[in-house]
Design a protein around this ligand. Sequence first.
Ligand code: NDP
Length: 297
Amino acid sequence: MKPAVTVIGLGPMGRAMATALIGAGHPVTVWNRTPGRAEELVTAGATPAATPADALAAGGLTILSLTDYRAMYDILGPVADDDRLRGVLAGRVLVNLSSDTPDASREAAAWAARHGAGFVTGGVMVPAPAVGQPGAYVFYSGPGDAFAPHEPVLRAIGEPRYLGEDPGLAQLFYQAHLDVFLTALSSLLHATALVTAAGVPAADFLPGALGTLTDIPAMIGDGAELARQLETGDHPGHLSTALMMGATADHIVRTSAKANVDLRLPEAVKSHYDRAIAAGYGTRNWTALYEVIRARG
Ligand code: NDP
């Protein structure tokens, strides 16, 4: 018999995780604030819990999939504050796979410790439909002795990538990856708006634009050389100088203004080049922007 698991929070992500765990043969107990979201899971074999305390008591491991960490306190706070229920948290391991800041994760780990619970934080790095599928992976951090025994269970969600003891690390990696992702999505939409404002159908543009995204690794390598440059401040300006790239950033702002589309994203990009050039990095490689980006301007 596989270990029991509880999933609290049945949005698209929580439902996908519960489905993957049921599929992997775990007895799964589920709870959600709004009733009705468990129905399909119950049909698939999950056990609905009447209260959060019942949900905790049923599972060996409790996974939380909520909008943010505030929701965890809304759900588990009353359990922790109720003298009759307090023992339900003690000795449990909570794995919170909700998005929030690294500090919120650290505070939550301390909160859980005060109530006798182990706490692992995590960030699921694929969309809900890809959970449990090949290629799915999840960042985790927190005490190794809380994470390691449950690693085989968590594997059903996606490949676990354990980053270390600091409970904030998984959130930091999650946010940093999402920083790349969300900015790329906004740039894709902005660029499409620019093209369609000129009367060009989006379909004529987007496949090539996606190619630009996937060409980036070939342009900048596997990341190791880029990391070396950023860490050592080595920005030789023989190929793509900040001056040359900054001129292009300015052209994008002016083209956007003429097209009457939103200017904030290209202006933000141009501001990086402007500041780097003003700081004397104009003839250095574009990577020198790091020197101004890493300090709050
Ligand atoms: P949703 O916002 O759709 O679901 C959130 C869940 O949180 C629901 O079960 C909701 O309950 C519950 N909730 C929110 N606030 C409260 C509260 N105050 N008290 C009790 N319950 C609350 O999110 P997703 O399922 O899409 O995502 C969950 C987490 O996973 C998020 O942190 C998200 O960033 C992350 N994630 C999601 C991905 C995705 O593809 N969806 C991809 C990667 C990460 P109720 O049903 O009652 O509203």
